[in-house]
Design a protein. Structure first.
Length: 203
């Protein structure tokens, strides 16, 4: 089983401690863990794909006239994310689609010989709603909370999150388990087995 190094992922201290504890528990029961090199050098490309290509696809699906007509009914965070895709022309779309295919090919090589890849589901815990009432703050929080799961998306992996526990962690922390494209059934079986080891295991 491959795993992302906590030091590469810019985690909060609570999430890092919970993640490293989960890895220790898995190692203790005999799961072979293989440290993987960081994907953080692809972070800018991944951000561009999500802010421009993914949001652009949604704009195209909904249609500009419909978006304009129902703009007042959209969640302001969703509206802000959709605004990032305005003006995405054919050359940029094609360039981002090419980058997406490159990342998928790289991901196939990365998964080679592994049953799956482990990482925290999110680098942060959920804050109280009152702390993200401002739209700007909420947009930044959503982008940060989805940062690690975005990598699984662009790599065309299937992925699932199982709960892990940490000392003094009142809010949920998740362990993301990713497997190759189309391996959903095998992934869920792995997740069930790993969850029995890491859930509710705070030390």
């Amino acid at each position: 089983m491959g795993y992302e190094r906590a030091a590469d992922l810019e985690l909060t201290s609570t999430v890092a401690a919970a993640y490293e504890n989960a890895l220790r528990l898995l190692d203790r029961v005999g799961v072979e863990l293989v440290e993987l090199s960081s994907w953080q050098d692809e972070a800018l490309v991944v951000d561009e794909i999500f802010s421009r290509l993914v949001a652009g696809d949604l704009r195209m699906m909904l249609g500009e006239n419909r978006l304009k007509h129902f703009a007042h009914e959209l969640d302001p965070v969703v509206q802000r994310r959709l605004d990032g895709a305005k003006g995405v022309g054919k050359p940029l779309r094609q360039a981002l689609e090419k980058e997406l295919e490159r990342l998928k090919e790289k991901a196939i090589d990365r998964m080679d010989g592994l049953d799956g890849i482990l990482s925290p589901t999110a680098p942060v815990q959920s804050p109280p709603l009152m702390e993200i009432a401002d739209t700007d703050v909420a947009v930044r929080y959503v982008a940060e909370a989805l940062r690690l799961s975005r990598f699984a998306n662009v790599q065309d992996y299937c992925a699932v999150s199982v709960p892990i526990e940490a000392e003094k962690a009142a809010l949920p922390i998740g362990l993301q388990i990713a497997a190759g494209s189309g391996q959903d059934g095998r992934l869920l079986a792995m997740a069930r087995a790993l969850e029995s080891v890491v859930a509710g295991s705070g030390e």
